[in-house]
Ligand binder design. Sequence first.
Ligand SMILES: Nc1ncnc2c1ncn2[C@@H]1O[C@H](COP(=O)(O)OP(=O)(O)OP(=O)(O)O)[C@@H](O)[C@H]1O
Ligand SMILES: [Mg+2]
Length: 256
Amino acid sequence: MSAPALEIAAVSRRYGAVQALDGVSLEVAPGEVVALMGANGSGKSTLNKVVAGLLRPDHGRVAIGGHDVVEQGPEARLRLGYMPEFPFLYKHLSAWEHLRFVAGLRGLPGEAALEQGRRLLEVLDLAAEASRPVRGYSQGMSRKVALAMALLGHPELTLLDEPTNGLDPPSIRLVREIVLGLKARGRAVLVSTHVADFAARCADRIAVLSRGRLVAAGTLEELRATAALPGAPLEEVYFALVPAPTREVGAALDGG
Ligand SMILES: Nc1ncnc2c1ncn2[C@@H]1O[C@H](COP(=O)(O)OP(=O)(O)OP(=O)(O)O)[C@@H](O)[C@H]1O
Ligand SMILES: [Mg+2]
């Protein structure tokens, strides 16, 4: 068996009094897609930031392609593409300039990176606008620039933090195709999503976080067995694993 593309071992991280991650362990193999699900505030983006080396774990260890993200940060990050939940773009730069910037940062060979950049902008439907400053882009267009930046240079591991947020239906389908295309090329993907249909269609395994703890990780079949819901759709299985409180909505609308 090949070494994991991503190894997360007993990672904990706290923000002041908030224990955002509590002993999370998870591996992603080359050619494997793992979907990360969990309620708002359950720790998904914190886990992404720890993997990307933006936050240090308080305990535990993360390695990308065998390189520790703290001890061997540059080697680890060279193997990583990361689309954050709230991508940061330079408003005065165009999509094209963002890709050239990423190519330079990652030391990608010039012509090949530029050629891939052109193809990414084409497939993401940004080619016509690619030379305009991103300050004039819609929200969805900006997110697609961030996606292209994460894919440039064929990283071994791609982290996508809610990549379909704010995208139109054809673009959501495109993100699905991209994730499956990465898998077909032997790359590893960890994708956070709230959309059960997206996870069920793309992921080999689904990892479920609840209040910073990994409460389940496995294939849909394995999660169905854990939840004792044979044949159930992922959404139903998810609700069994992470029970949501029922709320009296009417009182909030009428009260006061
Ligand atoms: N910079 C921060 N400072 C303090 N607390 C934070 C910070 N970022 C996140 N938290 C807390 O850590 C916990 C996990 O947050 P995180 O953003 O990782 O959740 P998430 O699963 O990505 O949620 P969502 O689905 O809303 O994106 C939450 O309780 C949140 O309030
Ligand atoms: Mg998040």
